[in-house]
Design a protein around this ligand. Structure first.
Ligand SMILES: [Zn+2]
Length: 353
């Protein structure tokens, strides 16, 4: 366990049940099933977090989280802690592993636990890229509607991030197998101290060292993953405990994807396409692509291209929502996301085909 202990994020009137599941290659993951005081009257919806965080990233200290919003809307809410979760021992994961081994088994567990043969999913960032890989490879046929935030099939990043992936990553990979925004608080090793010093020299946008390390790690902005004006103060403080190790193995894969412009697999397994944009997707799921117009981790062009790809496969079926005043994670953590974002996501979940 890397992340710091914290008060329970479970709301009054809600219950949380931890459901462990074993991935296809034996990695121990889990699901958190959140329910309200009334039994759900709609089907299950699976929420999949990004890299170097955990399922709890969907439960920021705001008045109404996406979890609260979905529970209130009658949904049976399931949060997946896949192998990138900082609740687990750091491991050198790839998107391929998550796509092949974690998400299909998470989906099967939700189907088995609920008895519902069909489920919906809300997927974010690297939870979204890897889950999109699962879907496109035909590994999660039970998932009928997918709301994707920030990035999915296409991977377009700012020019400075391309430079970092191409020039800095090979050097960093020589000295550490992980990056860790916790280094802003405690830098024990020489590489950690050096990167902390660099971040402190370059980033002056706020006084939260983890917030600044997150921007260094994941993007090209000040900050990169949210607009400060979209976060309340408790959430800006809370991020200190919600980001930890992310492996260089992941950055090497996403670097290859960025150079190609879209997802590619790195393991050479026959179960995944080598190039995900080279063949029609093996899924009938309806995709709803979301992006913040001010995202400085993955540019909104990523989701535009993915929408165009899927729309070319099946016209007038998928959708695209670009939100003008949002960035990356503030789509979920923003103090006004319950007003600006969640109603749109709920409408996409409930849209009739
Ligand atoms: Zn900050």
């Amino acid at each position: 366990m890397n992340a710091q202990a914290q008060p329970s994020p479970v709301r009054a009137g809600q219950t949380e049940r931890v459901v462990p599941f074993q991935s296809g290659d034996g990695f121990q993951c889990n699901l958190l099933n959140i329910r309200g005081s009334m039994p759900p009257n709609k089907g299950p919806v699976l929420l999949v977090h990004g890299a170097g965080v955990r399922a709890n990233i969907f439960r920021a200290p705001v008045q109404t989280t996406i979890v609260d919003y979905l529970v209130a809307g009658g949904y049976d809410v399931w949060l997946e802690n896949w192998r990138a979760s900082i609740d687990f021992k750091p491991n050198e994961w790839t998107l391929d592993q998550a796509a092949l081994y974690d998400h299909p088994y998470a989906v099967k567990t939700v189907v088995n636990e609920t008895g519902s043969p069909e489920i919906k999913a809300i997927i974010h960032c690297q939870g979204s890229t890897s889950f999109t890989m699962s879907a496109m490879a035909g590994l999660v046929p039970e998932v009928k509607v997918i709301v994707s935030n920030a990035v999915s099939l296409h991977t377009v990043v700012p020019g400075f991030s391309v430079l970092k992936l191409n020039l800095a990553l090979p050097l960093i990979s020589l000295v550490t197998p992980y990056l860790n925004p916790q280094w802003g608080l405690h830098a024990a090793t020489l590489p950690a101290k050096a990167i902390s010093l660099l971040v402190a020299m370059v980033h002056h946008e706020c006084h939260n060292p983890v917030c600044k390390q997150v921007s260094f790690t994941y993007g090209s902005g000040f900050p990169a993953l949210w607009r400060h004006e979209n976060l309340n103060e408790p959430t800006h403080e809370w991020v200190k405990q919600e980001f930890a190790e992310v492996p260089i193995s992941f950055f090497k894969q996403i670097g290859r994807c960025v150079r190609r412009g879209h997802l590619v697999s790195v393991t050479g397994t026959r179960e995944l396409p080598a190039d995900f944009a080279a063949e029609p997707p093996k899924t009938t799921a309806r995709f709803s692509f979301f992006a913040g117009a001010k995202n400085l981790c993955f540019l909104p062009e990523s989701q535009r291209r993915s929408y165009e790809f899927f729309n070319a496969q099946r016209k007038n079926y998928h959708s695209l929502n670009i939100l003008e005043n949002y960035s990356h994670l503030d789509m979920f953590m923003g103090q006004s996301a319950a007003r600006d974002v969640f109603p749109l996501m709920l409408a996409e979940l409930e849209k009739q085909n």
